[in-house]
Design a protein around this ligand. Structure first.
Ligand code: GAP
Length: 499
């Protein structure tokens, strides 16, 4: 598994992710998505939206405001309960989550070794004196305060007066937008249960210990679905909420697999009773084997009728559904698959990262699924000094760019250009060479063919320009390289620009 420092450095160098406000020294745990990152992030959002909203008959979309009425957070329980226990070091003043202190290695000045400084592995006792950690795990000197509850919502003020009446919060989850609009959506769309409301948007949490690159940040993006079911129904002999919960667990796991994440790096984890959120009857996480270890990628919760009931109580509105069959009102249960865009980004990136040796040289290649890859095609001229080659390459790029994200690059020799595209995961390169355009001075006409090169196998085939879009369309649509290349001459070692 690739380590985090390697990913952070690749992301910066190739324009996926930059440290926020870097010229001012950076803002801790805040990240900006660069030219490639923004394309890849958009792909993740779009694929989720396509699969969870457009391709389904029972889900509609929503885009709620980030700033909501403060009473939303009273009703949801966030004001009272959305907090973590926090401790401070009285020497170095660092702040930690009390429940995560033993998850990190700790610094220890061992009394049995003349106060020699050691780093002791997470959760273990010192091998020399047998002491367990009681002081600050980072400086190893300061005592820690008693745990205090720290609310994770980011507070702000609306309007010109910064008093209590003006306090509101940046939403800590997108979910509440769906609950408070339940009635509006029901009336506008005349939906029958079960149906879902989906949203992609930014959420904010004043995390005590953000970090690990884009894994845990204070501003992040969520892709959440609230899928409302009738608790009085049964499906296949099971209560409807339990049936649909299981359905969404399987769906969401399959989604990550569909876009290339390897099965051995994904697993499901059932929440123990004592860790369930206050609203949940059952929660299962999809976990990914990140560089930091197995961690949550997405949570899929059965939130029962908690949210609609609470909003009805606090707002005084009736948030029910009329059950035609039973001729009565019910409060729907909610199944919630809640994923993070940034965490998915990190998982897709980590999983795609491969290093291999090609003819004695190190090749870094991101084996992205074509739908995740930020750039689908790179058009490369073999000789940038030949105006006719350059003009033809640009024309092909412009044509392909109408359908796919396609770039042009002539800033190095062809072998290096291929490696650069491998390193950012571009599935196909199209090369325009002397053979394509011919040589007017020598009276030679070109063959009007280009070379298409496959990122993964590095195979190359010669395709007429007029058929290139069709061949690329088949490849990007999932056809095997061998199948498509079978219809065209392939390049031997002589014409192979990789060689
Ligand atoms: N509405 C339920 C909810 O928000 P959650 O497990 O707290 O549940 C859902 O968040 C997903 O949002 C997580 O699985 C994760 O992918 C993402 N997420 C949560 N907090 C995050 C943070 N501080 N930084 C990045 N992603 C975060």
């Amino acid at each position: 598994m690739v380590d985090m420092d390697t990913l952070v450095s690749l992301c910066k160098r190739r324009g996926f992710v930059f440290q926020s406000s870097e010229i001012y020294g950076g803002l801790g745990s805040s990240w900006d998505y660069g030219p490639l990152g923004v394309e890849m992030k958009r792909n993740i959002r779009d694929l989720w939206w396509r699969d969870v909203v457009h391709l389904r008959r029972d889900v509609v979309g929503l885009e709620a405001a980030v700033l909501m009425h403060p009473r939303v957070w009273e009703a949801s329980g966030h004001l009272e309960r959305f907090s973590d226990p926090m401790v401070d070091c009285n020497a170095c003043k660092r702040r930690f989550r009390a429940d995560q202190l033993d998850d990190v290695p700790w610094v220890h000045y061992c009394p049995s070794r003349k106060d020699t400084k050691f780093e002791v592995p997470a959760g273990e006792a010192c091998a020399h004196c047998g002491e367990r950690r009681i002081l600050c795990p980072v400086c190893g000197k300061g005592a820690l305060t008693e745990p205090r509850q720290f609310n994770l919502m980011l507070k702000t003020f609306l309007g010109p007066v910064e008093d209590e009446a003006a306090v509101t919060y940046l939403r800590p989850e997108t979910a509440q937008g769906m609950f408070v609009n339940f009635e509006n959506v029901l009336q506008a769309t005349r939906r029958k249960l079960p149906f879902g409301i989906a949203q992609v948007g930014r959420s904010f949490r004043n995390e005590i210990t953000p970090g690990n690159f884009i894994f845990r940040t204070r501003e992040f993006e969520q892709m959440e679905l609230e899928f409302f079911v009738n608790p009085a129904d049964t499906v296949d002999g099971q209560p409807a909420d339990e049936y649909w919960h299981q359905h969404w667990i399987a769906e969401r796991l399959a989604w990550y697999r569909r876009y290339g994440i390897r099965a051995e790096n994904l697993r499901l984890r059932e929440h123990a009773k004592e860790e369930l959120a206050h609203y949940a009857k059952r929660t299962v996480d999809v976990e990914y084997r990140f560089a930091i270890g197995w961690s949550e990628l997405e949570g899929i919760a059965n939130r029962t009728d908690y949210d609609l009931r609470r909003h009805a109580e606090v707002s005084g509105r009736t948030l029910t559904y009329f059950d035609d069959e039973r001729k009565g009102h019910v409060v729907p249960y909610v199944i919630e698959p809640a994923a993070g865009v940034d965490r998915s980004f990190l998982a897709f990136l980590s999983d795609a990262y491969h290093v291999e040796e090609v003819r004695g040289e190190r090749r870094v290649v991101l084996r992205f699924h074509p739908e995740i890859a930020p750039v689908k095609i790179a058009v490369l001229p073999l000789l940038k000094k030949r105006a006719d080659i350059v003009a033809r390459a640009w024309a092909i790029r412009d044509e392909l760019a109408r359908r796919w994200v396609t770039v042009y690059d002539d800033t190095a020799a062809i072998g290096r250009l291929y490696r650069r595209q491998d390193e950012v995961g571009t599935p196909y390169c199209v090369t325009v060479d002397v053979q394509t355009v011919g040589d007017a001075e020598k009276g030679e006409t070109g063959d009007d063919c280009v070379t298409i090169r496959d990122r993964d196998s590095m195979g190359q085939m010669r395709v007429p320009i007029g058929e290139a879009a069709l061949a690329l369309g088949r490849l990007l649509g999932g056809a095997e390289w061998a199948t498509v290349a079978g219809g065209y001459p392939t390049q031997g070692a002589k014409g192979n620009h990789d060689a």
